[in-house]
Design a protein around this ligand. Structure first.
Ligand SMILES: Cc1cc2nc3c(=O)[nH]c(=O)nc-3n(C[C@H](O)[C@H](O)[C@H](O)COP(=O)(O)OP(=O)(O)OC[C@H]3O[C@@H](n4cnc5c(N)ncnc54)[C@H](O)[C@@H]3O)c2cc1C
Length: 382
């Protein structure tokens, strides 16, 4: 039984979105396999996705969005990722910055950036991680020094999704000895440099180092209140982790689809490998892990829609889905035999992408520390 049966409207929206993605976006994703999608091409793609209203799925209609639920957005999001994890991650961050603007930004920033984000023409990014600051977000070094009605910001961010594409960065900045604040730095107006980082997989989108040198930014660009950066980052993580879980669900689905097709084609010992029991077991496990992960993510989204805090459910969904994807995508390679290791087939790419996902937005280890702290009241972080 599906605990989250889609409504007729959701089913219709997902069906037409899937048809569009399979017909229009999948060929581009295949063409750019392991190659960087330049900004013009990624903008074209994001604009096509924007025509379906994806970036504003949960944005209230008064601000130009569709005013729908996170559950609906998650169902649409899975369709993007099943076609391309790279394009999915880029879209996830653009939609995430749009939602962050609506929830936290002063009106002048929201009105300036939101229309472009919803239209797929403006790219945002979140700058939290730094060369010496990964899991321990509270230790951020990037500094904003008050100078009249401006902050002068200096620091280096790393692993920033959309960094090279970005028009602005929501930069988690130390604005006093104790306090962190989110400050929007506009690339053209205030200036920062971005440089891509080559990884094991997911190199069609931008993961970047960002260098901020003496960026002079008005104090009115603080988002969510001065000193509120850590608290608001934790809220961002709650939603982001469920989305990252869905990235993995999309990867598992793609691996499973490739594996079912291959198992029904490939013959050994005089019959298709789908009819060998150990292959049948593998497929059943892959499908079950994908489905369990999907349900855990959708539960987190349902809680978010209900306005109920769900750090634990979101952390559980994130670690379970991302680690399941590593197993499922590895099983897909195994099921393909030697062919699975080659570029002729999609599964080697899917495995390399799956390996990336347990790291962003808090590693598997960090999710488990968060869950166990909630269970026992004891912190095992230090
Ligand atoms: C593809 C990708 C996209 C990303 N996008 C963004 C982005 O858009 N914006 C952004 O700000 N960041 C982004 N990140 C950064 C990501 O959030 C960090 O990589 C992550 O938080 C881990 O930090 P780290 O890499 O510095 O690892 P570290 O924190 O150095 O951890 C190293 C290892 O030690 C473990 N560890 C750390 N602390 C503990 C502990 N207390 N107990 C036990 N084990 C521990 C970790 O689990 C890990 O295995 C992205 C990363 C990737 C790979």
């Amino acid at each position: 039984m599906n605990l989250f049966p889609p409504t007729e409207e959701q089913r219709a929206a997902v069906d037409s979105f899937r048809k569009f993605l399979q017909a229009e976006i999948k060929p581009i994703a295949r063409e750019y396999r392991d190659r960087f999608l330049p900004k013009e091409k990624m903008t074209e793609i994001q604009q096509m996705i924007a025509e379906f209203g994806f970036f504003g799925t949960t944005v209230p209609t008064q601000y130009g969005g569709l005013g729908l639920s996170f559950l609906t957005k998650a169902m649409l999001f899975e369709e993007i990722v099943a076609v391309s994890c790279d394009i999915g991650l880029c879209a996830m961050i653009n939609a995430g910055t749009a939602e962050f603007m609506v929830t936290n930004a002063p009106a002048h920033l929201r009105d300036r950036y939101l229309p472009g984000l919803l239209a797929g023409t403006v790219f945002g990014c979140f700058g939290i991680s730094e060369p010496d600051v990964g899991s321990n977000v509270a230790d951020i070094k990037t500094r904003g020094v008050r100078d009249g009605d401006h902050f002068v910001i200096n620091g280096e961010k790393t692993w920033i999704t959309n960094g090279v594409y970005s028009d602005f960065i929501i930069c988690t900045t130390r604005t006093s000895d104790k306090g962190l604040s989110h400050i929007l730095i506009d690339r053209r107006e205030h200036g920062y440099e971005a440089r891509n980082i080559e990884k094991i997989g997911m190199n069609s989108q931008s993961t970047a180092q960002v260098f901020i040198t003496d960026a002079r930014v008005p104090a009115t660009n603080v988002i969510g209140g001065e000193g509120e950066g850590l608290r608001n980052t934790m809220k961002v993580f709650e939603k982001a982790r469920a989305h990252v879980g869905m990235l993995s669900v999309g990867l598992m689905r793609a691996s499973l689809e490739e594996s079912i097709a291959y198992a029904k084609e490939r013959k050994q010992f005089g019959k298709v490998i789908a009819s060998h029991q150990l292959i049948a077991e593998k497929l059943a496990e892959m499908a079950t892990l994908a489905d369990a992960s999907r349900l855990m993510c959708l539960r987190a989204f349902a809680l978010i829609d209900a306005g109920i805090r769900c750090e634990v459910e979101s952390s559980m969904a994130k670690w379970f889905a991302t680690e399941s994807a590593v197993k499922v995508c590895r099983d897909a390679v195994q099921l393909h035999g030697g062919n699975g290791l080659t570029k002729e087939f999609q599964v080697e790419r899917l495995l390399r992408e799956a390996i990336v996902i347990p790291i962003p937005d808090g590693t598997t280890e960090i999710q488990k520390l968060l869950i166990s702290r909630q269970l026992t009241g004891f912190s095992s972080f230090v």
